[in-house]
Design a binder for this molecule. Structure first.
Ligand code: SF4
Ligand code: SF4
Length: 235
C-alpha cells in the first residue's frame, strides 16, 4: 500500500542500491517473530508473491482464499493480503506463540514456514521502497525492527531474490500498471470500476499460475492480455 507518511518521517536519510550494505542483520531473527504478528491486513500481495505462494504450498488463490489470504480494495484495485490467524483457532495448546494474531505461515515455534517463498513485503522488512517518476529507491524504515543490535548485510543478499534485476523490472511494471489503473478508475462508473477491478484480480491472481513455468513469462502474457482488454481505459 502507498503510505500517506512523508519520506522524511520514515527513512534514515539515504537511498540504497542492491549493492549497498544495510544495517538490518538481526541474528537470523532468533527468538523474535514480531513482524509476523499483529500485522492486520498490511501484507499486500503482488502477482509474484501469489506465484511464490502457489509454489510453496502447491495450492491456488482459490484454495487459499479466506484461509490464508483475503481480498480488499487497495488504492482503487482489489488485491489480496495475508490474513491473520488467532492462536485459539489454529493451535492445539502446545503453541509457544503469545496470545495474539499472527501470519498463517508462522509456525508455533515462531519461524516462517515458507521462508524461501515469503512475500516481497517480508523480504524487504525493515527496508522499504520509495517510488519515484523513474522507478523506485530502497529505503531503511528507521523505526522498524529496532529492538536488537544490527549488523551490515548486502541488500541483494537480504532480499534473496534470484535474478534481482528481472524482478526489479517487474516491480516497476506492476507499480506503473497499478498507478495507471488507479487513475483510470477515477473516471469510471461504480459498476464499471467494479468489473474492471474484478477482471484485474482474476487475470493476475485468481487464474492459477503454472509453477513449473517461470513467473515472468506468465506475468508478461497476462499483462498483454489485460492491457488489450482494457485498452480503452488505460494509456
Ligand atoms: S522484527 Fe526484526 S528481528 Fe524480529 S522477526 Fe522481524 S526482522 Fe526479525
Ligand atoms: S510469510 Fe513468513 S515472513 Fe511473512 S509474515 Fe508470514 S511468517 Fe512472517
Amino acid at each position: 500500500m502507498l503510505r500517506e507518511q512523508s519520506l522524511e518521517e520514515i527513512y534514515d536519510g539515504r537511498f540504497y542500491t542492491p549493492d549497498d550494505y544495510v544495517p538490518v542483520g538481526c541474528e537470523d531473527c532468533a527468538g523474535c517473530s514480531e513482524c509476523c504478528r499483529n500485522t492486520g491486513d498490511s501484507i499486500i500481495l503482488d502477482p509474484f508473491d501469489m506465484y511464490m505462494l502457489c509454489c510453496a504450498t502447491g495450492r491456488t488463490f482459490t484454495d487459499m482464499i479466506e484461509k490464508e489470504i483475503e481480498i480488499r480494495l487497495v488504492d482503487g484495485l482489489i488485491l489480496p493480503n495475508l490474513m491473520q490467524h488467532h492462536d485459539q483457532e489454529n493451535n492445539t495448546g502446545s503453541s509457544s506463540l503469545p496470545e495474539d494474531d499472527h501470519c498463517p505461515f508462522l509456525s508455533s515455534a515462531g519461524r516462517c514456514t515458507i521462508h524461501s517463498y515469503r512475500p516481497g513485503f517480508c523480504r524487504l522488512y525493515p527496508m522499504g521502497r520509495y517510488y519515484t517518476e523513474d522507478g523506485f529507491r530502497y529505503i531503511l524504515q528507521k523505526d522498524e525492527c529496532t529492538d536488537r543490535e544490527k549488523t551490515p548485510v548486502l541488500l541483494r543478499d537480504w532480499l534473496g531474490i534470484e535474478d534481482l534485476e528481472c524482478y526489479e523490472d517487474y516491480i516497476r511494471s506492476w507499480h506503473t500498471f497499478r498507478k495507471q489503473a488507479e487513475r483510470a478508475a477515477a473516471f469510471l462508473t461504480e459498476r464499471s470500476h467494479d468489473s474492471v477491478t474484478r477482471y484485474i484480480l482474476q487475470v493476475f491472481f485468481v487464474h492459477p499460475y503454472l509453477t513449473d513455468i517461470d513467473f515472468y513469462t506468465q506475468y508478461d502474457a497476462r499483462m498483454e492480455t489485460c492491457r488489450n482488454a482494457l485498452r480503452k481505459i488505460l494509456p
